[in-house]
Design a protein around this ligand. Structure first.
Ligand code: SAM
Length: 277
């Protein structure tokens, strides 16, 4: 448990993951019926970009800081504007993590369960979520806890699984957990983050997960060419993407790609892996 997200908060992969998160939550908010969000690897919820960890890597400077001009763009795609507004609400030097973004998008009837295993991170997360009456932070193993929370009482919702990928068998654990979760809550929307150090390993993970009999799934993968970052490619597997999600991510990608690439280059690919719209 050496991983601390403070080194990476606001980097290119966080930006794409959080835009996808906002896109799904905007979709869930279209109906009045309550929804539940389960964030299995939540982190601390709010990151100070002036902290030594963030300054040491400079990842936020090559991520969220490159989107400054979009904050002022009146015709930006609604999903990007909604994401950037949420970031701006936290103040210029701070960046929201997934549980804070989700908490801010809940309506009174909705629920968030944010799980975090690291004692220091979860203590901060509890403070960050304290103002939100329908959000709870749990100190637990997100993988073990997830299946116990499914299906949510609302029978509508999103599961975000965003592991640190410290363990050698993390892909396997992730695929097995997703398979078990989907068995219990087949209509849920799932966002699962993964690194792409080898496309073969990433594709094997996706294949194993989809073998659970999933009808609709896509991936959003972002690659950033050096000199921009050490970690250059990451993806999100989206199971049961809402209608219109792929097009929204494409539209956002057109504005994100030239900015996140900086002096190098970047690419965002939205690819159907099972079914289509
Ligand atoms: N989802 C967060 C966001 O987007 O802001 C970032 C999460 S970070 C990539 C992964 C987090 O998982 C770390 O805070 C780490 O302490 C935590 N963690 C590691 N193993 C865990 C486990 N088995 N269960 C729950 N949390 C875990």
């Amino acid at each position: 448990m050496n991983y601390r997200h403070g080194y990476h908060a606001g980097n290119f992969a966080d930006v794409v993951k959080h835009v996808a998160l906002v896109a799904v939550l905007r979709h869930l908010r279209k109906k009045d019926t309550a929804f539940s969000v389960i964030d299995t690897h939540a982190g601390r919820g709010l990151y100070d970009l002036r902290d030594a960890a963030s300054i040491a890597t400079g990842e936020a400077q090559r991520g969220i800081a490159r989107l400054d001009d979009l904050m002022e763009m009146p015709a930006a795609p609604p999903v990007l504007s909604a994401y950037l507004d949420l970031v701006a609400e936290c103040g210029r030097q701070r960046y929201p993590g997934s549980p804070l973004i989700a908490a801010k998008m809940l309506r009174p009837q909705d629920r968030l369960t944010a799980i975090e295993k690291h004692a220091e991170e979860v203590a901060i997360l509890k403070d960050v979520l304290a103002p939100f009456r329908n959000a709870v932070a749990e100190h637990a193993d997100g993988y073990a806890r997830l299946t116990k929370l499914l299906p949510p009482p609302s029978r509508r919702g999103l599961v975000l699984v965003d592991p640190p990928f410290e363990a050698a068998d993390e892909f396997e654990t992730l695929a097995q957990t997703l398979t078990a979760a989907i068995r219990k809550f087949a209509t849920g929307i799932y966002l699962a983050w993964y690194p792409v150090k080898s496309q073969g390993a990433a594709d094997a993970f996706i294949g194993e997960t989809l073998a659970a009999g999933i009808a609709k799934a896509l991936t959003v993968e972002i690659a950033v060419a050096p000199p921009s970052d050490r970690m250059t490619c990451a993806g999100i597997l989206v199971v049961n993407p809402p209608y219109g999600f792929a097009a929204e991510m494409q539209a956002a990608a057109e504005l994100l790609v030239p900015r996140l690439g900086g002096q190098g280059s970047a690419d965002i690919n939205v690819t159907w892996r099972a079914g289509s719209e």
